[in-house]
Design a protein around this ligand. Structure first.
Ligand code: PMP
Length: 398
């Protein structure tokens, strides 16, 4: 391993070599069942043939061209995204955090275009994660992401998840520009905002001219069992950030908005060198078309139903290990009694099962959306053995 990488990651001792579907192999040949998938990114698993084909075909034609020209694939993918959502317009980025930046800028610019440039206040929630750029860390305002990075940016505020009175008061503030929320929190520990709250949020924001920004970077693109997680609530935001599975592992993100919400985003208001480049668009189109299908969304619901039922069974049998089962679709969180980092290590080293960590002492399962029932059974067996291991370790330590 190189010693020249900036030390911002606490990396697992696993040198990854190659992957296929739900499987990942280390350089020493060990095979893992991958229920992390680049943290919800490889929606179709590793090395999906449809995506490989799309990359190959486009790579031979054209890799990159500036956004000062019409870029092949951009309008087509924007058509797919708008046909399948509340949105009318799209801006393409290279990552989730850039999609969030564009969303925040779009919201403020909307009010400026309405003659209210002072209306800049954006409210996020505790436990949120929106990325690592300045706007994103300020919107989530988790001290571990903001400390040491200079003064807090003006106009960003935080609400406590579930504090409806504070939320109501914030929306009624004259300078409230937007509320930013993950319909299902990912990094925060798989907390889903109840559908009734999302509908209430829509009603209140409409009353006060406040915009709703959804961050569906992690919970969107089929992960919840519907294409967009907010569809479960039967409502829609004004602006939405997406990324991760949109590129099936290729760096791509997008900010979606209604024509009205994007009214301030006129020529020169925003831009990107790489965002929406031809390679990204080709892979994005292939990934989008594959995921936005009855086959994949049906599979997510079927497999998620099986996993949830089995995980609740494990919780009953191992109350000393699993405290809670949460999440939506194949964004599944287990709140643990033992330390989540240690548990992840046991799953990896003893069972060759890869799971992700999360806030509130959770571990997350983010398998590919095309996980088979056999693979789901295998994941449960591996988790069960990890629970047994956790129990015997706790006994030995007592
Ligand atoms: N928003 C959410 C909800 C996320 O889960 C993430 C990444 N974990 C981001 C934004 C940031 O995405 P990226 O790392 O691609 O910038």
């Amino acid at each position: 391993m190189s010693g020249h990488l900036m030390g911002v990651y606490n990396r697992a001792p696993l040198e990854v070599d190659r992957g296929r579907g739900a499987r990942l192999w280390a350089t020493d040949g060990t095979e893992y069942l991958d229920c992390v998938q680049g943290i919800s990114t490889n929606g179709l698993g590793h090395a999906h043939p449809v995506l490989i084909e799309a990359v190959k075909e486009q790579a031979e034609k054209l890799w990159h061209v500036s956004n000062i020209f019409k870029i092949p694939g951009q309008e087509e993918l924007a058509d797919r995204l708008t046909e399948s959502s509340f949105a009318d317009v799209v801006f393409f980025t290279n990552s989730g955090t850039e999609a969030v930046e564009c969303a925040l800028k779009t919201a403020r610019k909307y009010h400026a275009a309405n003659g209210q440039p002072e209306r800049i206040d954006i409210y996020g929630f505790d436990g949120a994660f929106h990325g690592r750029t300045y706007g994103a860390i300020n919107a989530a305002a988790n001290p571990s992401y903001t400390e040491g990075f200079g003064p807090k940016m003006q106009g960003f505020h935080q609400l406590k998840w579930g504090d409806h009175e504070a939320l109501k008061a914030a929306i009624a503030e004259p300078n409230c520009a937007a509320i930013i929320v993950e319909p299902v929190q990912g990094e925060g520990g798989c907390r889903a905002m109840p559908d009734v709250c999302l509908r209430g949020l829509r009603e209140l924001c409409d009353q006060h001219g406040v915009l709703i920004i959804f961050d569906e970077v992690q919970c969107g693109m089929g992960r919840s069992g519907k294409l967009w997680a907010h569809e479960w609530a039967g409502m829609a935001p004004d602006i939405m950030a997406v990324a991760k599975a949109l590129g099936g592992g290729f760096p791509i993100g997008a900010c979606l908005a209604t024509t009205e919400a994007a009214k301030g985003m006129t020529v020169g208001a925003h831009g990107s060198t790489f965002g929406g480049n031809p390679l990204a668009m080709a892979v994005g189109l292939a990934a989008f078309n594959a995921i936005n299908s009855d086959a994949i969304l049906g599979n997510v619901n079927e497999i998620a139903g099986y996993l949830k039922q089995q995980l609740h069974g494990l919780k009953e049998r191992f109350p000393d290990v699993i405290e809670d089962v949460r999440g939506k679709g194949l964004l599944i969180g287990l709140k643990l009694v033992p330390n989540n980092r240690e548990f992840m290590g046991w799953a990896r080293d003893e069972q060759h099962l890869l799971i992700a960590g999360g806030g509130d002492n959770c571990v997350r399962m983010l398998p590919p959306l095309n996980l088979t029932l056999d693979e789901a059974r295998e994941a449960i067996e591996k988790l069960e053995r990890t629970c047994e291991s956790a129990r015997s370790k706790a006994k030995a330590a007592a």
